[in-house]
Design a protein. Sequence first.
Length: 109
Amino acid sequence: MTRERMTRQKIDALIARLNEVTGSPAEPWTKGPDGRFRANIGNFHLEGAYGGHKLSRMVGPGGASSDPLNTGFVSLRNLYDAIDNYMRAIDDARRGRITIKAYEASHDF
């Protein structure tokens, strides 16, 4: 089976949909009346480095972000698949197909 080419536009559209379904701000930054930019906490957005991309979520007022999928920087195809799976899990939880319990990441392997 041949998969279609993944583009930045497709990833951007998927992330926009993720922000919509989670009730998160559509843009990572908002320019205030004083001309200063302020972080929109909760916004999902794309970051790129090292030739790869990752989904980030704004978590701090100064622009700090997290890697909610814990993928690091990956190809657009891998990122698209990870975001799509994340959104399917959100949908399953909302429809009562699965129950989400609190999870606290531990780095004590």
